[in-house]
Write a new protein. Sequence first.
Length: 320
Amino acid sequence: MNREQLIARLNYFLNPENGIGAALYFVLHEDGETIIRFADIENNVKQELKERFLEYISDKFITNEDFDYQNISEVDDRKNVVYKYDLDDRPNSLDILDDILLNENQPNFNFNQDSFINLQGYLITIGNEGNKMALYKKHHPVNLLKRDRFLLIPSNQRLVKIQDDALAIDRSFDFMMLDGNLIVLKLNILERFFGFEDVIRNQAQNTIDLIEANQLLEDIKQINDIAQTMSNARKLMSIRNSPVLNVPVINVINFIKNHPELTGKISFNINETKLNLNTGVSKRLFLKLLNDDYLFSQLTELQYDSHAKDKLTEIENNVN
């Protein structure tokens, strides 16, 4: 699902003629198990909740021309990015998005048996019988207003105390499941709470294995060392399909020798048949090299360092 297809599908849910409804579910963690409970809420509140989430979708995707849309396997430092999850390796904790679309008939949240203390997140289904998407929103403790705090709300001309626990839910969400596509809006939530850091490290190791197989480096331990930090692991994951890995080693060495930013900063072994990453600078530049960041302008005949880039064929496809 590319950017245009995503926007087109979301526009369907914004059309009031399509009979779009919504339902809210609580995701609880009890006795080491994740369970889903249906939240029975008033119809007028449910309608307002649906409108708020659809408003956010419109603002985030439809009227926002500046958001970037890219594969999560190619994550970089760009801001305002929406990611499509394109990896086969996916944390099992994300299965709840599939589960709720397959079976919306979940037990009701029971205040006598269930507790907001165990609340982990919210699932929201939006759609009709034939077209439906699921949203996930992480619950944060600050959004639970417990009745043991002295909470006052206005009632007529007086302030009255809230008698029960209360939830504060805004219109944003973290993930979306639509037509089998997992769309990630909050990468930090995915990494911190859903085990995506383990996926990143696994993918980074796959890249390291490819580098070792191509015999680019004198000592593979040099790249293993920097993969321990999450920022570098992300970079290694994003370059797992680097075209540079298909270039003969001698060509890579000649490129380094003749590039003004690389020459003298990345060294070689005695025979000049492999790269020797013996400094922090050389390791950083090697990652940029694998990302194919170093470009040459045929117009000005100048060298450029272009970190966030799109392939020319992809740009042409978007224009046509």
